[in-house]
Design a protein around this ligand. Structure first.
Ligand SMILES: Cc1cc2nc3c(=O)[nH]c(=O)nc-3n(C[C@H](O)[C@H](O)[C@H](O)COP(=O)(O)OP(=O)(O)OC[C@H]3O[C@@H](n4cnc5c(N)ncnc54)[C@H](O)[C@@H]3O)c2cc1C
Ligand SMILES: *[C@@H]1O[C@H](CO)[C@@H](O)[C@H](O)[C@H]1NC(C)=O
Ligand SMILES: *[C@@H]1O[C@H](CO)[C@@H](O)[C@H](O)[C@H]1NC(C)=O
Ligand SMILES: *[C@@H]1O[C@H](CO)[C@@H](O)[C@H](O)[C@H]1NC(C)=O
Ligand SMILES: *[C@@H]1O[C@H](CO)[C@@H](O)[C@H](O)[C@H]1NC(C)=O
Length: 592
């Protein structure tokens, strides 16, 4: 959830004429964007001796993952022969996608000699059944492709993640979702009616085989959210709806009654979400509902933080942020966050009434033009003039993400605890407001074994990460406390595709059907060829999700239990939380 369209702010801050005209020039050249880098790099044209990372170019522990080779099957048949060959060799495998958007090390095969199976060219629409309203796609198809192809035949996926660069296989791997409490909820995997998965097998079955799982098949509940450890999903059939229109209005209010509003608001509007700016004491409610098909309007959502951003602007913003961090300039961050938020609100976050400009609410339009975006993925040329804000090839955003869902029944208490923290440290949240605050979305209980256990509020927070792992953040303790509040006090489920290591501590115990999932895993991949130490740790099969070392709490690799896990040389010590006393957080003792 990156961001900051701060040209205006920068212009205000720097009255350098040359820079101003450069920025204005760049503002009008935003179409010259670079597509994201391939997360896989190999040392030769045979695609062997490779490394893999994620779209941010950095895993939580900053390690680099290796693989002996990457293969690019283009059909299920090829996929079966790839998996068979690796199984015969007892080679460890992992599925990789075009962009590799997940933060944790899900994509890393064990050791250095593993095989990566890329779904980059498993990217075709296999079948569309307009009557039955289903669509069958290969697992490497992106959300963008799916949305566009469905719309061409008058169909729509009702709920989905807001970023369209994800692949179907990848988003199912981590249980990705949008926001609703209606129907079957906002998780894409709950709209899967059938899938085909290629898994390891014994010699009598030729070492690999494709299984077809439909809704009658219990194993579908494991395969719908699998962390990639069961095998390679080759194709997925989704239940869609007739294309519809919706009407969106963002309403900004003060946050004094947010706790009371949160559950009711989610039930009241089909596509509701809330963006919360705690230090500004402001909440922006997304009032978003279906409207009759003949309602006029051709709105478009091109979310500003997902647009191509000028590299120069990104560099200025990062430099400003680094400077504010190193000088402890909380006021500077608070001023910046207000400007950012006001800019986004004024620009309706990137909504337009007609694809060109925003004039008035509500913005009404077709589902396929409003449900997701990601224009920074598109490119016209290979110059690094603009990029996605988090592209690691340019100096730009570099952040941690903490994302968990807490039962709706405790959402009010959680919000009130955070508000107590705001009262104690009024500037403590300005840093996250530079990354568009706390996004709160609705998710429903799922039949997937590793899916949501209850109807819940998903909390999504993005925040500054230093390039130096030993450098603490401004108000380090406050965000660490929020993270521990949500995940431990209120039992939040960490998003499998986001988060820092500590969020996964004991996570698997929160899933009542974890045992069933593990039995399916044994059945599908007895030798654990699709597993790694990291996925075993996530699944509670091995210890060591958290890593104890100097500064580990600063990186979210551990919860501090001694001062060295913070950084005493910079006056950061391990202390109890301010509201949640059981929390252990890195606190600056000479602060303010
Ligand atoms: C800008 C941005 C916005 C985001 N917005 C949202 C959002 O709105 N909601 C949300 O829930 N999440 C969101 N995410 C997180 C994202 O949904 C997850 O990280 C998702 O899993 C990434 O999908 P991917 O295609 O990049 O897969 P990867 O990250 O490459 O893979 C994820 C896992 O799935 C496995 N896998 C991939 N393909 C297959 C396959 N064919 N068969 C078996 N296993 C497979 C991989 O091995 C890996 O374990 C966002 C991420 C970014 C970067
Ligand atoms: C090597 O990888 C590229 C993608 O990066 C792919 O297009 C090409 O087909 C691969 N070559 C071989 C020999 O598999
Ligand atoms: C399996 O081993 C054989 C022989 O060493 C090798 O040619 C082949 O590429 C290997 N297959 C995979 C998928 O690693
Ligand atoms: C917040 O808004 C409510 C009305 O929605 C109002 O009663 C209250 O006084 C406001 N609080 C602050 C601090 O502005
Ligand atoms: C939309 O269609 C309904 C009937 O299907 C009609 O009653 C209504 O007036 C129409 N609305 C508009 C804005 O055309």
């Amino acid at each position: 959830m990156p961001l900051l369209l701060l040209i205006l702010f920068c212009l205000k801050m720097m009255s350098n004429k040359a820079l101003t005209s450069t920025l204005v020039f760049l503002f009008f050249s935003v179409v010259l964007s670079t597509p994201p880098e391939d997360p896989i790099k190999c040392s030769n044209s045979k695609n062997t001796s490779c490394t893999i990372t994620n779209s941010y170019g950095m895993f939580p522990d900053r390690s680099i993952c290796k693989a002996s080779q990457v293969l690019y099957p283009t059909s299920e048949q090829e996929l079966v022969s790839v998996v068979a060959s690796a199984t015969r060799n007892k080679t460890k495998m992992k599925v990789a996608t075009r962009y590799s958007h997940s933060i944790p090390k899900l994509v890393c095969p064990e050791g250095e000699n593993g095989l990566l199976i890329s779904t980059k060219y498993l990217n075709k629409i296999a079948k569309v059944d307009v009557e039955a309203r289903t669509m069958t796609v290969e697992s490497g198809v992106t959300m963008k492709q799916l949305i566009n192809e469905a719309a061409k035949v008058g169909l729509a996926l009702p709920y989905a993640p807001y970023w369209w660069g994800l692949t179907i296989g990848g988003l199912m791997g981590t249980g990705a979702h949008g926001s609703t409490l209606w129907g079957k909820g906002s998780s894409v995997h709950d709209y899967v009616v059938e899938l085909r998965i290629v898994r390891a097998a014994g010699p009598e079955e030729g070492y690999a085989k494709a299984e077809s799982l439909n809704e009658q098949h219990e194993d579908l509940n494991a395969a719908k959210v699998s962390l990639g450890v069961l095998g390679v999903i080759s194709q997925v059939t989704l239940k869609l709806e007739p294309l519809f229109k919706r009407s969106i209005t963002y309403v900004a209010k003060n946050d004094s009654d947010l706790g009371d509003q949160v559950a009711a608001f989610g039930h009241a509007h089909e596509f509701a979400d809330i963006t919360w700016y705690p230090s500004q004491r402001k909440a922006v409610y997304r009032v978003d509902d279906r409207v009759p098909f003949n309602t006029s309007g051709n709105g478009l959502y091109d979310f500003i933080p997902f647009r191509p951003t000028p590299s120069l602007e990104l560099a200025i913003l990062r430099t400003t942020e680094d400077l504010q961090e190193s000088t402890g300039d909380a006021d500077g961050k608070c001023i910046g966050s207000k400007t950012t938020t006001n800019t986004l609100i004024t620009a309706a976050y990137g909504l337009t009434n007609n694809g060109i400009i925003f004039t008035v609410y509500p913005v009404i339009g077709f589902q396929n033009r409003l449900q997701a975006s990601g224009s920074c993925l598109d490119s016209l040329q290979d110059a690094k003039i603009t990029a996605c804000a988090w592209d690691s090839r340019v100096k730009g955003e570099f952040f941690h993400q903490t994302t968990f869902s807490i039962s709706l029944s405790v959402a009010k208490k959680f919000i009130e605890d955070v508000q107590k923290l705001v009262q104690l440290e009024p500037k403590g949240f300005c840093g996250i407001e530079l990354y568009n605050g706390i996004l709160m979305r609705y998710v429903k209980a799922s039949s997937a074994y590793l899916g949501k256990q209850e109807d819940a509020l998903d909390i999504d927070i993005t925040y500054y990460r230093s390039k130096d792992p030993m450098t603490p953040r401004l108000y380090e303790d406050i965000l660490e406390e929020v993270e521990q509040l949500g995940i431990f006090k209120y039992g939040g489920l960490p998003h499998w595709g986001k988060n820092r290591n500590l969020a996964f501590e004991g996570a698997i115990k929160k899933y009542k059907n974890a045992g069933r999932f593990l039995r399916v895993k044994e059945k599908y991949d007895l030798q654990g060829l699709f597993s790694s130490t990291w996925t075993d740790q996530m699944l509670g099969l091995k210890d060591g999700v958290t890593i104890l070392k100097d500064g580990c709490a600063l990186e979210g690799l551990c919860i501090c239990s001694q001062d060295s896990h913070c950084n005493p040389s910079k006056d950061y010590y391990c202390k109890p939380g301010k509201v949640y006393k059981e929390a252990r957080v890195c606190t600056h003792l000479k602060s303010k």
